[in-house]
Design a protein. Structure first.
Length: 96
């Protein structure tokens, strides 16, 4: 399974009803699980981003979950593909 780290910001719409954010997260988690995606962690943060979410699953399923969530208009995300130390060892061992 691939790991993805999403840096998330509330939109104007999302911050107006921020009290509903934990409920929206639970709905996202359920939807993601139906797609075969596991939410490994979620943190509400202070600073440049409002949330940091770590996901694990097939690339297409993670992308579908994030696109669906973005289409609801409450958040915008920037997502990074993460590699474990073991994955990086394998990658660099392939270098000529």
């Amino acid at each position: 399974m691939s790991t993805f780290i999403s840096l998330i910001n509330f939109t104007d719409q999302g911050i107006k009803d921020v009290k509903e954010s934990p409920r929206r997260y639970e709905a996202f988690r359920v939807m993601a699980e139906k797609l075969g995606v596991t939410v490994k962690s979620v943190y509400y943060t202070v600073g440049h981003y409002d949330l940091v979410v770590t996901l694990e699953g097939p690339e297409e399923a993670v992308t579908a979950a994030l696109l669906k969530t973005g289409s609801l208009g409450n958040v915008r995300s920037q997502t990074l593909r993460g590699f474990s130390v073991e994955e990086m060892k394998k990658i660099v061992s392939m270098m000529p």
